[in-house]
Design a protein around this ligand. Structure first.
Ligand code: BES
Ligand code: ZN
Ligand code: ZN
Length: 502
């Protein structure tokens, strides 16, 4: 799908439909709606009684003359005081989805869609562009010919700037396009089933995006992992015939090629059966999403390269299946991690922290400014925070604070969990250095405490995305299925990155 910015007046736009908005309790038309009324002699005003302005309600109007586009879609913006940039994303998505449902192929979204708001033009442009592209996402890879032939394919979005046209706005739309491509890459990877998105496939994808976006990529096979001593990652991989991969992606722009990087780490269990501590059958198919952290890191790295961010960023993706094969890891086993620490396995279903332990230790060699890991780590996180908010923990308050700012701007919500030393008691082992689970209490926090053991000396934050990686119900600009969570948050953080004070 194409997305462009145009300064042309609304009456001259040739898209299939022009979208305009009205707030709840509106009186006179304003902004884009007023411009349409001027061109059509009061098309919108004439239909006023039918349009309440309630959030997401839509009315399609037809202009007999005065408009090149002929159709106007009026969308309810809700209460004026409740409008946020994130809501604007949802409004844009709802509008273009309605257009697609109607069988249309293109739509114009004016910057003045929501009239009289204080948001900067470039921020409005980005919100509209993001909402439209993310809302229109659909995963059709496994739908066969019959369905591929249908007409519900959108071809073009025009961000119509009118008098607010500027190079800043055009750049914001281009950046939104790069960002959404990264989110959609992550969504695709997560939506693909476990038999397709294997560790080998993730490695091939990493190589492909490295080539097309200008990243460097190195992939370790199991032999190399053994040489490096990645005993915890290899222990998880033992239960499957699918070979494990450790993927390294690097964005090193010339001006920062040798500086200390920010390292992003993503859990990539391409299918989590639980291993010998096997999971119940109900909903087990959703465990193909257990590589969403890795997918987000790949998406974010692609965006860093396409946006040419002046910062060195490294992505580490430990990738393996967690299956109960004949050589599988067993409860009671003790494994030696790359750091040298020994880990007693209480349950083989707490595998994410094992592969992350080795990746976190590996990150040390880059002397990073900061390390951030993303993982669908604990079911307990869903119990605590639900499906709209990810958990954040870590050892660097300034880093967590920045993540929270990036969260507000990106719309990807996060909330902190505490990491008091008392929690460390819960994962002490009688016979090894540490055990891989505590009791049921504070499940997300003890997982975080486990990871913390492998981060000493590095400013570190951990995001538990177990609840947010998959949408069981569609959200305003996220269709059912993989959400691509993490990409927008990370990119927002990295776009405004300043060195953390020691
Ligand atoms: N991948 C799961 C966590 C998960 C659960 C992600 C639901 C997405 C949705 C993780 O590997 C796991 O199995 N965690 C266990 C830990 C427990 C055994 C301490 C869990 O949450 O049940
Ligand atoms: Zn598990
Ligand atoms: Zn898992």
């Amino acid at each position: 799908m194409k997305i462009r910015t145009l300064g042309t007046s609304l009456d001259n736009l040739k898209d299939d439909v022009v979208v305009v908005g009205v707030f709840e309790g509106w009186g006179k038309t304003a902004g884009a709606a007023a411009e349409i009324d001027r061109a059509t002699g009061g098309l919108i005003k004439a239909a006023k009684t039918d349009m309440t302005g309630r959030l997401y309600t839509t009315t399609m109007l037809y202009a007999s003359d005065g408009l090149a586009a002929r159709r106007v879609l009026v969308i309810g913006l809700g209460k004026k005081q409740d409008l946020t940039l994130d809501r604007l994303r949802g409004i844009a998505a709802r509008a273009v989805l309605t257009a697609r449902e109607t069988g249309l192929h293109s739509a114009a979204l004016p910057l003045q869609l929501a009239p009289g708001t204080a948001f900067e033009p470039s921020h409005r442009a980005a919100a509209l562009a993001e909402g439209a592209q993310l809302g229109l996402y659909s995963f059709r890879h496994y739908k066969t010919a019959l369905d591929n032939g249908n007409t519900k394919i959108f071809k073009q979005i025009t961000i119509s700037t009118g008098r607010e046209h500027s190079s800043l706005v055009a750049a914001a739309v281009r950046n939104a396009e790069a960002l959404c491509a990264g989110v959609c890459l992550a969504r695709d990877l997560v939506n693909h089933p476990g038999n397709a998105a294997t560790p080998t496939y993730l490695a091939e994808t990493a190589r492909r995006i490295a080539k097309t976006s200008g990243l460097s990529c190195t992939v370790f096979d199991e032999k190399k992992m053994r040489r490096l001593g990645m005993g915890a990652l290899l222990a998880v991989a033992r239960g499957s015939h699918e070979p494990a991969r450790f993927i390294v992606l690097e964005h090193a722009p010339a001006q920062a090629a040798r500086s200390a990087p920010v390292v992003l780490i993503g859990k990539a269990i391409t299918f989590d059966s639980g291993g010998i501590s096997i999971k119940p059958a109900l909903n087990m198919e959703e465990m193909k999403t257990d590589m969403a952290g890795g997918a987000a890191v790949m998406g974010a790295l692609q965006v860093c390269a396409r946006m040419k961010l002046p910062l060195r960023v490294i992505g580490l993706i430990p990738a393996t299946e967690n299956l109960p094969g004949g050589s599988a890891l067993k409860p009671g086993d003790i494994v030696k991690s790359m750091s040298g620490k020994t880990i007693e396995i209480i349950t083989t279903d707490a595998e994410g922290r094992l592969i992350l332990a080795d990746a976190l230790h590996f990150a040390r060699r880059y002397k990073p400014q900061a390390v951030i890991d993303l993982a669908t780590l604990t079911g307990a996180c869903i119990i605590a925070l639900g499906n709209d908010v990810s958990a954040v923990m870590g050892t660097s308050e300034p880093l967590i604070e920045r993540l929270r700012k990036a969260s507000d701007l990106s719309g990807e919500k996060i909330w902190p969990m505490p990491m008091h030393v008392e929690y460390d008691e819960l994962i002490k082992s009688d016979i090894a250095d540490i055990k891989n689970v505590g009791s049921r209490a504070a499940g997300s926090i003890t997982a975080g405490c486990f990871l913390r053991k492998f981060t000493s000396g590095m400013p570190w934050a951990h995001l538990d995305i177990a609840g947010t990686a998959w949408a069981q119900q569609p959200k305003p600009y996220t269709p059912k299925g993989a959400t691509g969570v993490g990409v927008r948050l990370l990119v927002q953080l990295l776009r405004t990155w300043q060195r953390l004070k020691p």
